[in-house]
Write a protein that binds this ligand. Structure first.
Ligand code: AMP
Length: 190
């Protein structure tokens, strides 16, 4: 099964993707993780992405589309994959639709993790204090910017996938196990 975990920064996409990935054996494809690896390795892509990421803005569509297109071709994606943090713009979603069509794959479901704004801000502030700057983009200002980037550029994907009949939502205000149980329920019914 191929699915997207969708939601704002702080919604818990990465945590939930890990929980799904482990028992089912579907790799988590996180563009954020891949870009951070590119930054750490100081590849050409990494050098270009670093400043944009530090500001909490989005790296160019063609960069992430290229990364995902290559990654999906890997043998470990054959049984299924979980997209975490991709797509984040309408052009990325359109490129993904084209990509799966060309590769003769299906995108089965988009699961939105819904969390109220005040909780996101609290989580974001907590993450910024706890992270000890492990992630350069984990400071309050940048994280708040990421939230407005989400609202402006990423949230429009909700009606996009709703129209395709692929959108399902879970209550992301519950604890980690509670959210995982709702996601498990959706996956069991597909
Ligand atoms: P994440 O770990 O998913 O929160 O991503 C961290 C940062 O990487 C984001 O704030 C963006 O700067 C960049 N990034 C990750 N995924 C994408 C994407 N699909 N499109 C554009 N930029 C991305």
């Amino acid at each position: 099964m191929n699915l997207i975990l969708f939601g704002p920064p702080g919604a818990g996409k990465g945590t939930q993707a890990d929980l799904i990935a482990e028992p089912r054996g579907w790799p988590k494809l996180s563009t954020g993780d891949m870009l951070r690896a590119a930054v750490a390795a100081q590849t050409e892509i990494g050098k270009k992405a670093q400043k944009v990421m530090d500001r909490g803005e989005l790296v160019p569509d063609e960069v992430v589309v290229g990364i995902i297109s290559d990654r999906i071709d890997d043998p470990d994606c054959k049984a299924g994959f979980i997209l975490d943090g991709f797509p984040r713009t309408i052009p990325q979603a359109e490129a993904l639709d084209q990509m799966v069509a060309v590769k003769d794959l299906t995108l089965d479901v988009v699961i939105e993790i819904q969390v109220e704004d005040h909780v996101l801000i609290e989580r974001i502030e907590k993450r910024a204090t706890e992270s000890d700057q492990v992630r350069a983009d984990d400071n309050v200002e940048t994280l708040k910017n990421r939230l407005s980037v989400y609202r402006e550029q990423t949230a429009p994907l909700l009606p996009y996938y709703e129209k395709q009949g692929k959108l399902k939502a879970v209550d992301g205000m519950r604890d980690i196990e509670g959210v995982a149980a709702q996601i498990g329920d959706i996956l069991n019914h597909i």
